[in-house]
Design a protein around this ligand. Structure first.
Ligand SMILES: Nc1ncnc2c1ncn2[C@@H]1O[C@H](COP(=O)(O)OP(=O)(O)OP(=O)(O)O)[C@@H](O)[C@H]1O
Ligand SMILES: [Mg+2]
Length: 364
């Protein structure tokens, strides 16, 4: 069932056995021909649709806001295919994702699900095979080398899992933070002072002021990661991306590092996207998006609610994502529990959709 499908004529009529994205066929997601208009009472209008009605439907489609219009990060049916030794690997298989400005969010998923592939594309380090992706107005598929360099210096900051990969070992923490500013800014004493002040401020804000004059070899793993966040923030990027930034750290240190991401998000308004296997990190963000087989599959959204006694509590809700073509991925444990294989029966109810196992499964 696609977003553009006509509403089934009656709730009791059996809905088409729609493929619930288990495997195989993917319906064309391009807007289809104008659907015949339903008439009041549930029946379908007999005879051809009037020209005026077709014009009205076309205008409605045209005026619909563009996908991801207000989002800072927009991925639209993103595909990345790697070819290694003649074998194709589809790391991203039509991934949709929108991230609003100012979000603090996590990406989770099994090993090999495509998290790093996505992050590398968003960082401007890799180019997708197909689809569309933009960050802060930059089209990630259409940037030339010059725009890509500017994008990587000024729009995104990146933090790797390996602490040793984030900082230059022969520079102090402060010099590491000043380097990206030097590369994108101009010279001169006044600028140099401003860079030095900003480096000291960022290190202070992230709780590693004491590492100002230390080389990475003289800092702990957690201190190095917090200094790396300061480096990533040096040019005041719109978004900071981090791939398993706490993967090499113990849980207490991981919490401190995550606290630095939160500080950047709250105090500077920086949008933060963190790939993590760490449940405590995933629990502490506004939204956790799960990636499965190269697509976004579900997300958990957390809201702070205040009860009638003024007590605050965080309420988490899990949603399955519906992609732009209307595809929904059923959780593996649900399909296993009901032995759902290739198709299901869908029934539209007044306020929900029922998904039932096929009562006449095809013989394999
Ligand atoms: N450069 C490459 N060449 C060939 N295949 C690749 C390449 N990079 C990634 N892949 C493949 O793409 C798929 C997704 O990989 P990716 O690194 O994005 O997974 P991940 O979700 O980050 O996993 P992990 O949690 O283990 O880091 C995997 O099957 C991987 O083997
Ligand atoms: Mg990875």
């Amino acid at each position: 069932m696609t977003a553009d499908s006509p509403t089934p004529a009656s709730n009791s009529a059996p809905a088409p056995a729609a493929p619930a994205a288990q495997d195989g066929a993917t319906p064309d997601s391009a807007p289809g021909p104008a659907a015949p208009a339903d008439v009041a009472g549930g029946g379908r209008a007999a005879g051809p649709v009037s020209l005026a009605e077709l014009e009205r439907q076309a205008a409605e489609r045209r005026d619909r806001p563009a996908y991801g219009k207000d989002a800072l990060i927009s991925c639209d049916r993103l595909v990345r295919i790697f070819t290694a030794d003649g074998v194709e690997v589809q790391a991203l298989q039509g991934l949709d994702l929108l991230v609003a400005r100012g979000e603090l969010m996590a990406l989770v998923g099994a090993s090999g699900s495509g998290k790093s592939t996505l992050l590398n594309i968003l960082a401007g380090l890799d180019v997708p095979t197909a689809g569309a992706a933009s960050v802060g107005g930059y089209d990630l598929l259409a940037m030339d080398a010059k725009a890509r360099l500017r994008y990587r210096r000024e729009v995104v900051g990146f933090i790797w899992q390996q602490t040793s990969r984030n900082l230059l070992p022969y520079l102090t923490a402060a010099q590491n933070v000043m380097l990206p500013m030097q590369l994108s800014g101009s010279g001169g004493l006044r600028h140099r002072r401003r860079r030095a002040t900003r480096a000291a401020d960022l290190l202070g804000m992230l709780g590693v002021a004491h590492c100002h004059d230390r080389h990475p070899g003289q800092m702990s793993g957690g201190e190095q990661q917090r200094a790396a966040i300061a480096v990533a923030l040096a040019n005041n990027p719109a978004v900071v991306l981090a791939d398993e930034p706490t993967g090499e750290l113990d849980s207490t240190t991981a919490e401190q590092v995550f606290g630095s991401f939160r500080t950047a998000n709250e105090q500077l308004g920086t949008t933060v996207v963190v790939v993590t296997h760490d449940q405590s990190v995933a629990d502490a963000v506004h939204r956790t998006v799960a990636i499965r087989d190269g697509r976004t599959a579900s997300e958990v959204v957390r809201r702070t609610e205040i009860d009638e006694h003024g007590r605050e509590s965080v309420v988490a809700r899990e949603y399955a994502t519906v992609d732009r073509a209307g595809r929904l991925q059923l959780p593996h444990d649900y399909t296993e529990a009901l032995e759902i294989r290739r198709r299901v029966l869908l029934e539209l109810q007044p306020d929900h959709i029922t998904v039932r196992p096929d009562d006449h499964p095809p013989q394999d």
